[in-house]
Design a protein around this ligand. Structure first.
Ligand code: GLN
Length: 227
């Protein structure tokens, strides 16, 4: 299981979300607190953010904790909408940048924490990698984000062992599913964070129950049970 984080709100620095928090993604790359599968997330990292309406990505296939160039530049990168990840590759999946979330269709940024049997997914010519998460992303993009809940329920029916925590953003909306792993919400005065696990010990973090969809528009958070 990898770890991911999404932000929708005021323009903030990437470092304030990813590097500075005491238990943020940088620390989660070697010492996650709530990870159920895998001990660390050393197989890569990705930061996607909206520059106006344009999604931009910076990814690496090495551990985030050693990325000195990113560390230097992240305090100067600002965005109102971010999807960031650290990766623990599933056995058999390639360890390379193209297999590292967030994936994009040019409008959405998407990350997947979990695993899915590629045999249950329709073949996709637009997937960026043969990695299960990249193919899943292409399927979700093709079905549309309004169908995300239905897509997860259908794929889980076809592969009951699948873990399908998905996080996606398009610059004005943040959508996520909890299906098999942890997900938490932090409603801040300046925006909303969705994260695989809390990045600090703020008592305002709320756990999302398993098999739920979270939809954030502006500072409005809606939770829906799935399946
Ligand atoms: N299956 C995905 C991969 O191999 C995600 C892994 C994960 O969530 N740890 O990258």
């Amino acid at each position: 299981m990898c770890r991911h984080l999404g932000w929708l709100g005021a323009e903030v620095t990437i470092s304030s979300l990813v590097l500075d928090p005491p238990q943020g993604l940088r620390v989660q790359s070697y010492a996650p607190r709530r990870q159920k599968y895998g001990l660390m997330n050393a197989d890569g990292w990705g930061v996607g953010f909206f520059d106006g309406r344009v999604p931009r990505r910076w990814r690496g296939a090495v551990p985030l904790w050693g990325e000195r160039s990113f560390e230097s530049v992240a305090p100067a990168l600002r965005s109102h909408c971010v999807v960031a990840t650290v990766r623990s590759a599933t056995v058999g999946m390639p360890i390379e940048v193209s297999a590292t979330a967030p994936f994009t269709d040019g409008h959405w940024l998407l990350s997947h924490n979990g695993v899915v049997d590629r045999a249950v997914l329709p073949a996709s010519l637009s997937a960026e990698s043969v990695c299960d998460s990249a193919i899943l992303a292409a399927v979700v993009f093709a079905r549309g984000m309004d169908a995300l809940g239905d897509t997860v329920v259908e794929i889980a029916a076809a592969d009951p062992l699948a873990r399908l925590n998905i996080l996606a953003a398009d610059g004005s909306r943040l959508v996520a599913t909890a299906w098999g792993d942890t997900l938490s919400i932090l409603r801040r005065g300046d925006g909303v964070v969705l994260a695989s696990e809390p990045y600090d010990d703020d008592p305002d973090w709320e756990d999302v129950p398993d098999r739920h969809l979270v939809d954030v528009i502006g500072n409005h958070v809606a939770l829906t049970a799935l399946g």
